[in-house]
Design a protein around this ligand. Structure first.
Ligand SMILES: C[S@@+](CC[C@H](N)C(=O)[O-])C[C@H]1O[C@@H](n2cnc3c(N)ncnc32)[C@H](O)[C@@H]1O
Length: 349
């Protein structure tokens, strides 16, 4: 075996930079594995590409190369020559298992996201989102027009939300409220967990029809359907009135300041005098460092730049939005189990 050059030594600046430059390759390999259903097909044991190719509708020799790439990333293990088994990491690409991220892989490596990121330079030069530049419409208009994509998006959001529900219900006492509206609540994953943990609370999942279509099924599965209504609507017009708690998870980061204030103002009009507005969002640190959680935050911020037109914000930036809409920040609770994500409580003033 030849000697490693300095630039190949793991951890050297060149090796680290090369890995970052090549990062898109791993992303697309994982996406294609999700698309072909590789993890589901390997759920019952190790297989060769020859065996999988028919079920996965793939070209066997090329599939073998994909499986090898997945093994190099730690999602598969080559248990004997040319036979690949799922690892614990790869098992998270299975459909509908606890902790599954299959829809996330489908969404982020999928055509729309891929094209938008491919034009990042244009967004950085102009500030324009790629949804406007390439598709001539906003992200949620696109999802309304593409129900199949909306289903993947909603499931991907729910996969992310499942990772924070326990931290949210542990960190915050919802039992003091009588009615909670989940504004832009998607398929109801968050509110289902909150209602399950708070037996006397009632709720509403409020979203566009493309967003909350899967909510009845989700609420039913969680055993909370009789305490939760599913209401379709547009939060730029109004939100359901008179509740004493409004939760918005991953909503404000989708929008620029003007649109965010418009959403908050509609919540302000609707909320009861003693109510609370609760945000569950990534909160941008004042100073960014080279850490895993800051990287995740900064990359989602860029995703917002190219797709939705929103941004990740600091606490001070959230305070300014609250002030513009008649709220004040009353509590800031970083969720310890999910680095970077916080619960922010505000009250009407
Ligand atoms: C990033 S997702 C977050 C979903 C959910 N809160 C979660 O964290 O899993 C944003 C949600 O906002 C909804 N949304 C977007 N525009 C909306 C509008 N004008 N009125 C109501 N909901 C809207 C979308 O349909 C989607 O469900």
């Amino acid at each position: 075996m030849s000697q490693l050059t300095t630039s190949e030594i793991a951890g050297s600046p060149s090796a680290t930079l090369a890995a970052l430059i090549n990062g898109f390759m791993a992303s697309q390999v994982v996406h294609v594995a999700a698309k072909l259903g590789v993890a589901d097909l390997l759920a019952d044991g190790a297989k060769t590409a020859e065996t999988l190719a028919g079920q996965a509708d793939a070209h066997a020799p090329s599939l073998h190369r994909l499986l090898r790439a997945l093994a190099s990333l730690g999602l598969l293990e080559e248990v004997e020559p040319a036979r690949f088994a799922l690892t614990a990491l790869g098992a998270q690409l299975r459909t509908a298992v606890p902790g599954s991220l299959r829809n996330r892989a489908l969404l982020f490596g999928g055509d729309r996201s891929w094209r938008c990121w491919g034009e990042l330079l244009h967004s950085v030069r102009t500030g324009e989102t790629q949804m406007q530049h390439l598709y001539g419409m906003g992200s949620f208009e696109y999802l309304t027009e593409h129900p199949g994509q909306a289903e993947i998006f909603n499931e991907a959001m729910a996969e992310g939300t499942r990772q924070v529900t326990r931290a949210v219900v542990t960190a915050y006492d919802f039992s003091r409220f009588r009615m909670l509206v989940d504004v832009g609540g998607g398929n109801g994953t968050l509110i289902a967990a909150i209602l399950a943990a708070t037996p006397k609370l009632r709720g509403i999942v409020f979203d566009l029809p493309s967003g909350n279509a899967g909510a009845p099924r989700q609420l039913e599965a969680a055993g909370v359907a009789e305490r939760c209504d599913v209401i379709e609507g547009d939060f730029f017009r109004s939100v359901p009135p008179s509740a004493d708690a409004y939760v918005l998870k991953a909503i404000i980061h989708d929008w620029d300041d003007e649109r965010s204030i418009a959403i908050f103002k509609n919540c302000r009009r609707a909320i009861s005098a003693d109510g609370k507005l609760l945000l569950v969002e990534r909160v941008m640190p004042v100073k960014v460092e080279a850490s895993q959680s800051h990287r995740q935050m900064a990359m989602v911020d860029i995703h917002m730049l190219v797709l939705a037109g929103g941004r990740e914000r600091t606490v001070a930036e959230y305070q300014a939005l609250f002030a513009a809409a008649g709220f004040e920040l009353t509590r800031f609770l970083p969720l310890p189990e999910v680095a970077g994500i916080s619960l922010i409580e505000a009250a009407p003033v």
